[in-house]
Design a protein around this ligand. Structure first.
Ligand code: 0L1
Ligand code: MG
Length: 260
């Protein structure tokens, strides 16, 4: 456990790195004893700094939700982070000159029509409290060189949150079997990845339930109207200037953007 001053200093370092497109050495190189709890303390400071700068929370997100990523990082629980208003892109253009080394992954997002307060929230509670599900392409952009980090580092770095494209097809959750919703992700017309909703912890609603239960440990909850990105159905894929990215979801439409 570090002092509040250290948490604040590390959060500021991450905020500055994002703004200046600067690649950092992971925080645990200087502080090898940082824990997951420390990571969330730094993330909480980072969120406070962004709010002080006038940004607003646009969505919550779950990360590291696939078995493959969890195994790779030797973790048993996904992580959470926040997407801010300035990260939401509506014009179909990803400005690469604002980013470090962005990657894209395809997800399903939830819009709640009721509060969800853990502990004990289940997939069924989430589905009953969901107004709509929508497709989303998340752009992750670690502030660490070569995406090299440990779990506390990536938690501190707001789960690599960077940008998001939200699709225009909004469906009631009962209209779809979310674990069976298929997704294809193509870059420059070449199929790069595909998957089904079940890649996210067996069912994307399970991921949202886990988020509600994780927040409950800090005395927090999800609220009516919240937008939540449930986690990557596909892997994440490196983007380069000029790329044209398109993704299609079964029953949830498509999203396309260009990297400029
Ligand atoms: O949204 C995600 O799953 C990303 C979590 C952070 C790990 C990464 O940057 O690959
Ligand atoms: Mg993600």
């Amino acid at each position: 456990m570090q002092s509040q001053l250290v948490y604040k200093r590390l959060a500021q370092k991450l905020v500055d790195a994002e703004l200046n497109r600067e690649e950092l050495v992971k925080l645990t190189a200087e502080y090898p004893e940082l824990t997951v709890e420390d990571g969330y303390r730094i993330q909480n400071e980072l969120v406070s700094l962004k709010l002080e700068q006038g940004h607003r929370i646009f969505a919550a997100k779950m990360g590291l939700t696939s078995q493959a990523k969890m195994k790779q990082m030797n973790v048993h629980e996904p992580i959470r982070g926040y997407i801010f208003d300035y990260m939401n892109i509506e014009d179909g253009i990803l400005p690469i000159n604002e980013l470090i080394h962005p990657k894209v992954e395809a997800e399903i997002a939830f819009v709640l029509c009721e509060d969800l307060a853990g502990p004990g929230i289940t997939e069924a509670h989430v589905l009953a409290a969901t107004d709509y599900v929508v497709p989303a392409l998340e752009i992750i952009d670690s502030r660490y060189a070569q995406f090299q980090f440990t779990l506390p580092d990536v938690i501190a770095d707001n789960a690599s949150s960077s940008r998001v494209f939200i699709g225009s097809t909004w469906r009631k959750p009962a209209e779809l079997e979310l674990d069976l919703v298929g997704v294809t992700l193509s870059i420059n017309g070449e199929l790069k990845d595909l998957g089904a909703g079940a890649a996210v912890l067996g069912h994307p609603a399970h991921s949202v339930a886990m988020l509600a239960n994780m927040l409950a440990r800090e005395g927090r909850m999800l609220h009516k109207g919240d937008l939540i990105l449930s986690g990557g159905i596909t892997g994440s894929h490196q983007l380069r200037e000029g790329d044209v990215v398109s993704a299609k979801w079964g029953g949830l439409g498509s999203i396309e953007f260009v990297v400029r």
